[in-house]
Design a protein around this ligand. Structure first.
Ligand code: NAP
Length: 294
């Protein structure tokens, strides 16, 4: 049985394990591999698919392979940039970005649309938010959300304009547990935990210079954590998922067996309280300006 959670007070329900569709944007993955992965995840009970304009081939592949199964999943994407003829981070670019996403994803509505790491100064001006509100009023978008970190995330949370947020939440990025999750709960916002495995930094024996997970690798080293009697993916995922108010953890993977393993991991439930407390204490003891990582 798949664990499901409400997406805030939106009325939507999503699977606690979501699919982070960043990896399927890579051209090295063949169409056949991609199709098998996308159909496999729906067959396995994962019902949240999270993509973005910037994830290479991801959006068009979701459209190509899953259009006929559109009613079986909650579709999330991100906009704000990358639309021909429009300046990034303008009201017109967000409006056109929604229309572009509808077309590429072969759908008549998007369930969640995030402003993708929108800078604070743009958010405050309000035009990009109004563009999403109009798209929602027109029935193109069901819920509008902000994806990002730190000051801009804090602004989005209290603005009263969004139905949800997406932010990094993992054993190497824990500040949101104190400064974001309680507010999101209080305001009835859906919260999606991104990078829930911290990009698997344990896979790197030496510093992964220039890799996406470099900062998390440094933090993991600094905390001196070891997984004890669990393996790393299990420790990381059971830690990230089971906080009141987390609607979904969108693990990125290009391998169906990993996705199936992640479903089995979540069925085990939260970490024993001692393990979770150990991870919280290690982060608190070493958090020297450990801000949220985009
Ligand atoms: N809004 C934003 O700005 C933003 C930023 C980053 C991420 N995101 C979203 O969050 C999603 C997830 O983030 P992410 O992919 O960067 O990080 P992640 O989910 O923390 O880690 C992904 C890594 O974990 C590995 N993995 C997954 N399951 C595993 C398992 N059972 N055993 C061993 N390794 C496993 C994957 O490799 P394999 O392919 O080998 O499984 C991949 O290298 C993205 O796809 C995207 O949807 C959003």
């Amino acid at each position: 049985m798949t664990l499901m959670r409400p997406y805030g007070t939106s009325g939507m329900t999503v699977s606690l394990l979501g699919f982070g569709a960043g990896q399927i944007g890579a051209p090295e993955l063949t169409e056949a591999e991609c199709g098998a992965l996308l159909h496999g995840l729906l067959d396995a009970g994962v019902t949240l698919v999270d993509t973005a304009r910037s994830y290479g081939l991801s959006e068009e592949r979701i459209g190509r392979h899953l259009a006929r199964r559109r009613s079986e999943f909650t579709l999330s994407t991100k906009v704000g940039y990358g639309v021909e003829g429009h300046q990034d981070w303008t009201r017109a670019c967000v409006a056109a970005g929604v229309d572009r996403a509808l077309k590429v994803l072969c759908t008549d509505h998007l369930d969640l649309v995030h402003l993708h790491s929108c800078p604070l100064e743009v958010l405050v001006q309000g035009g990009v938010i109004e563009a999403l509100e109009e798209a929602k009023a027109a029935g193109k978008v069901r819920a509008m959300a902000y994806s990002g970190e730190n000051e801009a995330l804090a602004y989005a949370l209290v603005s009263g304009r969004f139905d949800g947020v997406q932010c990094s939440l993992n054993l190497c990025d824990q500040r949101v547990l104190e400064n974001t999750l309680p507010k999101a709960r209080e305001k009835g916002l859906g919260l999606i935990a991104k990078r829930p495995l911290a990009n698997a930094p344990w896979l790197w024996p030496a510093r992964p210079v220039g890799e996406y997970c470099e900062v998390y690798w440094e933090r993991l080293q600094a905390m001196g954590l070891d997984p004890q009697d669990l393996d790393w993916p299990e420790l990381a995922l059971r830690f990230a998922a089971f906080h009141d108010g987390v609607a979904s953890c969108i693990v990125g993977t290009r391998r169906l067996p990993h996705l199936e393993a992640n479903l089995r991991i979540l069925r085990k439930g939260p970490l024993p309280s001692g393990q979770a407390a150990r991870l919280r204490a290690a982060f608190a003891a070493h958090d020297t300006g450990w801000e949220g990582q985009v």
